[in-house]
Design a protein around this ligand. Structure first.
Ligand SMILES: [Zn+2]
Ligand SMILES: [Zn+2]
Ligand SMILES: [Zn+2]
Length: 641
């Protein structure tokens, strides 16, 4: 995704705006941009840590020698020189559902087999097994780890706690008194700044350690206080070294797991010593890290000022407590299948804490569980106004819009989600391609739609909905033979699926398999009598019989106008796009554009450009490169399989 930044132009020295890539988690990304004052053209390379290298466009493209950057723009940091990105994920899609019944194991398996720790606390019938019994076989260490995993699982089923002010978990090792005093001072400082902090020494009463450690699942920041003792407990990744027992090991594992799910930010504070435990690294130019060196005195205060500034506008404790109760009540109603009451509580939470995303986020969770598209879409837009860059919200807004029948809005947000290349999980990526594909077809872009639908299927999504969409668009572009195959695959999995049967019968008619079509319609009559499509399909068959064209292919849908000129294909995905020579592709959704101006599907004003020396990245899969081949005349649209 491109963003505008204000910089001093290295050519003319004036302050100007450049469009640069927002950066890619996996490597360097680039944009071709120009100064708005002197029109000098640059190539801007965005590195993983957000810093940007500006090159002269002509020298860079000539590529004869390694180009020297004209300027290096550092990522924005505070006085400490560090910038810590808050975790971006709100747990909208996978938190807020009933806790699934645990999978247990039998007594024999406990004795003889090594099984996943998460299962040892339960018997096959779901009842719990006394920890003592587990410890007899596996030791108490394993029991505690299993209890921690179970407590984390339970927390993750519920919605996350209020996101503001963000909750901080401090992980440290129990060392000498002065070490603990340092951590206690840190905890006090953070609390004074307005952040809820979990520091185990200050927890009241007897501590249930697994339960307490599981609170990492509800934290937004995990601060690891690194000193030589901490390193010993985690290890440095060298295999021979013994790892001392201790909870910090489990704490770190749990935190890194949650960070992979984007729910948490792990932040190491190097307090003393010269070694880092495995999983932790200091930032280097061009490469982000997750450790801040606070060994020099005064550095800690600068770091905390930048990353955890004083919160003046936090909700007062009484309101925060009411908000927590409303969130809890909403969740309880939702999992008891009382969506109206659940939505009402989430609305009250929204009204109580305006400007804080947790209310709208909970409304979205309730709407997702109840499959309410319009209220879900409205809540998603409310949340987007507060967090316009959230990939999770782009996905959920696009999905609601698609199902509610707003294909342009769906293309806008699903295109944005896919463009950001920030998948929350593979299944969301599959669904995003699928729904964008159907929306593009609704917007008269069947070939672009087909590309997305095929990508969805290649990513492992052979569900009946997807196959039905894919087969339908294949029919639309005159590839009914391929559609028949797709519907057959779908019907193997779900022989009674109504939509698949209807489309299958239609595709059989189109391909001249009229006897088979007659049978499929018969099946529909038995399973779904009174379905309106049955009589129209029968009418078509009767007409074919009367005209004496039984067994001959026939078109039932309007085929798209014949394209002239070129076919664009991708080196990595099944995109196959016939178009006019002067047409362009939308860089976000992949729609074919025949005129200047914003894309008529997704609204984005960016195009895939073909030019000598520039490789065009595929807007469908974003992995391959596009090639256009002149067809030397009319393209046979149905010629591709
Ligand atoms: Zn300039
Ligand atoms: Zn591609
Ligand atoms: Zn577009």
């Amino acid at each position: 995704m491109l963003v505008n930044i204000n910089v001093k132009c290295p050519r003319c020295g004036q302050t100007t705006t450049l469009a640069v890539s927002q950066g890619d988690r996996d490597g360097t990304s680039f944009s071709s941009t120009s100064c708005r004052v002197c029109r000098a053209r640059f190539i801007a390379l965005t590195q993983k840590d957000g810093s940007i290298l500006l090159f002269d466009s002509a020298t860079y493209e000539a590529g004869e020698e390694p180009a020297r950057p004209l300027a290096i723009i550092s990522p924005r940091t505070g006085r400490s020189g560090y910038h810590v990105k808050p975790p971006e994920y709100l747990g909208i899609l996978d938190r807020g559902h009933p806790l699934e019944k645990p999978m247990g194991i039998s007594d024999e398996d406990l004795e003889t087999k090594i099984s996943s720790l998460s299962r040892v606390l339960y018997r096959p019938d779901g009842s719990s097994r006394p920890p003592k019994e587990v410890a007899k076989h596996l030791g108490w260490r394993a029991v505690w780890s299993a209890q921690l995993a179970e407590a984390v699982r339970a927390r993750l089923a519920a919605p996350p706690p209020l996101s503001f002010p963000p909750f901080i978990f401090i992980s440290y090792r129990w060392g000498a008194q002065e070490d603990v005093a340092w951590v206690a001072a840190l905890a006090r400082d953070l609390k004074t700044r307005g952040y809820p902090v979990l520091f185990d020494r200050e927890e009241p009463g007897e501590i249930d350690v697994p339960l307490m450690v599981s609170k990492i699942a509800d934290a937004r920041y995990f601060i690891a206080v690194i000193d030589p003792g901490y390193v010993e407990r985690i290890g440095t990744g060298e295999e021979t070294e013994p790892i001392k027992d201790g909870w910090v090991f489990d704490e770190c594992n749990t935190a890194f797991d949650l960070e992979r799910g984007r729910q948490l930010r792990v932040l190491g504070l190097l307090r003393s010593g010269d070694h880092l435990p495995s999983g932790f690294r200091l930032p280097l130019p061009g490469t982000p890290g997750n450790v801040i060196d606070v060994r020099p005195e005064q550095q800690l205060k600068l770091v905390l000022d930048d990353i955890f500034p004083l919160i003046n506008d936090g909700p007062d404790p009484e309101i925060a407590e009411r908000a927590r109760l409303l969130l809890l009540k909403s969740h309880e109603f939702s999992i008891a299948d009382k969506p109206h009451e659940a939505f009402q509580c989430a609305q009250e939470l929204t009204d109580l804490l305006p400007g804080i995303i947790d209310g709208p986020a909970q409304k979205i969770r309730v709407a997702l569980r109840a499959t309410w598209t319009e209220p879900g879409l409205a809540a998603a837009q409310e949340a987007l106004a507060l967090a316009p860059d959230s990939a999770e919200l782009h996905y959920v807004t696009g999905a609601f819009a698609s199902i509610a029948g707003h294909p342009q809005q769906a293309a806008q947000y699903l295109g944005l989600y896919l463009e950001k290349d920030d998948p929350i999980g593979n299944q969301y990526l599959i669904t995003a391609h699928q729904l964008l594909g159907s929306s593009l077809d609704d917007l008269d872009q069947p070939f672009a739609g087909l590309a997305h639908l095929k990508i969805a299927r290649n990513k492992g999504g052979d569900n009946s909905d997807l196959l039905n969409n894919l087969g339908f668009v294949l029919r639309r572009v005159g590839q009914s033979e391929a559609a028949v195959d797709v519907f057959q695959v779908g019907l193997e999995g779900e022989p009674d699926n109504k939509n698949l049967l209807i489309n299958y019968a239609a595709a059989l008619i189109e391909t001249g398999h009229h006897g088979a079509a007659f049978n499929a319609i018969g099946q529909l009559e038995v399973l779904y009598p009174g379905t309106p499509q049955i009589s129209s399909l029968n009418d078509v068959l009767n007409e074919i019989e009367q005209q004496g064209s039984w067994g001959e292919p026939i078109a039932l849908l309007d085929a798209p106008a014949e394209a002239l000129g070129v076919v664009v294909e991708c080196s990595a995905c099944p995109a196959w796009i016939p178009m006019q020579e002067k047409d362009m592709l939308c860089a976000r959704c992949g729609a074919v554009l025949s005129q200047a101006g914003p894309c008529q599907c997704c609204g984005w004003d960016g195009r895939v450009i073909w030019a000598p020396g520039i490789t065009a990245i595929c807007p469908y899969c974003r992995a391959g490169e596009l090639n256009s081949t002149p067809t030397g005349g009319a393209t046979t649209l149905s010629g591709q399989s």
